[in-house]
Design a protein around this ligand. Structure first.
Ligand SMILES: [Zn+2]
Length: 470
């Protein structure tokens, strides 16, 4: 099928003769060298001229691809009632603007009009960017705010997108990432869906331990767009802090050490959302399934002491080993030490044996509780504040004593600290907590979803042309 009446769109007339082109480029390079230049200037010149070759090739191929597309509904596959217009569309590609025509039709079942070729070619409705340009926008915005990203894209690719449209494009990709994530979460509702998620995991043969670490950080958002000035005039702050719940999941055998002894995790899953605890729980489960949860011989949940974390762990990972981060626990003991002895060497002398008991004794936590109780009951002249601290910390150790099996954890070569999730949170915060940066509620969830999809090694699900596909 040819695009009748649209021959002007085909590139034959303006086709470049390759030999002619080579001669022109050589001449251009000669001029540059005569004026004096370095390799970078030669590279930039050739790169620019190569686009002249790429654009007509892409234009020709895009039209062929559009012509080849069957006229059926991209949603339900029903044949479309074709309204045989060859509608013109332009796509903004890395080689410049490329025109093509395609047919469209009406789906009687979906009661909607579709352009099947647009769907098949990876184009989004009323969005000018080609899939490669979509990807570039998404990648650059993940790394830096839109203004800076736009300048970098222009420098690296010669594309002049404009800040607003680049931001819009990246946002659109975030929305797509969000849809993919929601579809994965929806799979957890059925047995068939759970099997599908589990199939995506590639666990090793034999026994393995899955580690799940959980934490939260906060993000600054602007709740009342367009009303900031009014609110400030009234003395109200238009920004708010909201919690972002985060998790990371990896197998114990995916953890190793660098030559300098630093812990590294070769592959792991991530979850991050600001849509509340319930949403987080579901996303964490979907991710755990995709990381081999159903095949794991043991599961370890590792986190700080926050109540919500352990409620979630009880709820969702009942049979797992639960462990409170050792370093959080140390801080609690240091708080008592400083309350009792101030900033003196005595404080250290008092606390060090207990830190060792926790690591080395089977029931180290019980020994710590007994020691704290003994002080509470026998030490004369405790101030009210010291008593209060001791009571609070005895309560803390009582509440978490079953989550302090550090001796056993070390024997099994498991982590006793939740450093992996803490570094995850600070990596996210690097991007999401720039000075002066505000996010809207919907916008930041879309960007979180995009950043998380990228970290999870699923970029190819948005961009099938991804060359790093795992
Ligand atoms: Zn349909």
């Amino acid at each position: 099928m040819t695009a009748a009446g649209n021959d002007r769109l085909h590139p034959q007339d303006e086709a470049l003769d390759a030999n002619q082109w080579m001669a022109q480029v050589r001449a251009g390079l000669g001029d540059l060298m005569a004026k004096g230049c370095d390799i970078g200037q030669l590279e930039a010149y050739i790169e620019k001229r190569l686009k002249e070759l790429g654009r007509p090739l892409l234009e020709e191929a895009v039209q062929k691809l559009a012509d080849r597309q069957a006229l059926s509904c991209p949603r339900c596959d029903s044949p479309l009632h074709v309204e045989r217009h060859q509608r013109l569309r332009h796509v903004f590609s890395v080689f410049g603007k490329v025109p093509f025509v395609r047919s469209y039709g009406f789906c009687p079942r979906c009661q909607e009009r579709f352009y099947p070729a647009d769907h098949a070619m990876g184009l989004q409705e009323r969005a000018p960017a080609s899939p490669r340009v979509q990807e570039i926008c998404a990648l650059m915005v993940l790394e830096s705010p839109a203004a800076q990203a736009e300048a970098n894209i222009r420098r690296l690719t010669g594309l002049d997108l404009g800040q607003a449209s680049m931001h819009r494009e990246a946002r659109r990709q975030g929305e797509r990432a969000l849809q993919l994530r929601n579809a994965d979460v929806a799979l957890t509702n059925t047995a068939k869906g759970v099997r599908e998620l589990a199939r995506r995991a590639h666990p090793p043969k034999g026994k393995f331990t899955l580690v799940i670490e959980i934490d939260a950080w906060n993000i600054r958002e602007r709740d009342h767009w367009g009303q900031s000035q009014k609110m400030r005039a009234k003395g109200d702050d238009p920004s708010r802090w909201h919690w972002v719940y985060a998790g990371t999941i990896f197998r114990l055998d995916q953890r190793g050490k660098t030559a300098s002894g630093r812990s590294v995790i070769t592959e792991r899953g991530y979850v991050a959302t600001r849509q509340g605890l319930e949403a987080f729980e579901k996303q964490l489960c979907a991710e755990a399934l995709q990381r081999g949860f159903t095949k794991a011989s043991s599961v370890l949940v590792l986190a700080g002491g926050a109540v919500w974390i352990w409620n979630l762990a009880k709820n969702r990972f009942k049979d797992a080993t639960h462990r409170v981060d050792y370093y959080h626990v140390c801080e609690h003991l240091w708080t008592v030490a400083h309350d009792l002895y101030g900033q003196t060497p005595q404080a250290g002398q008092w606390v060090m044996p207990m830190l060792r008991w926790l690591k080395r004794r089977k029931d180290g936590a019980l020994d710590v509780i007994n020691a704290l109780r003994e002080i509470r009951e026998n030490l004369q002249e405790l101030t009210a504040k010291q008593q209060e601290t001791l009571d609070r910390e005895i309560g803390y150790f009582e509440g978490h004593k079953n989550r302090m099996d550090y001796k056993n954890g070390k024997a099994l070569d498991q982590p006793i600290g939740s450093g992996a999730i803490e570094s995850t949170c600070s990596q996210y915060q690097c991007r999401f907590k720039r000075t002066g940066q505000f996010w809207s509620l919907d916008g930041d969830e879309a960007f979180l979803a995009l950043a998380t999809l990228h970290r999870n090694g699923r970029w190819h699900r948005l961009f099938p042309h991804d060359q790093q596909k795992e």
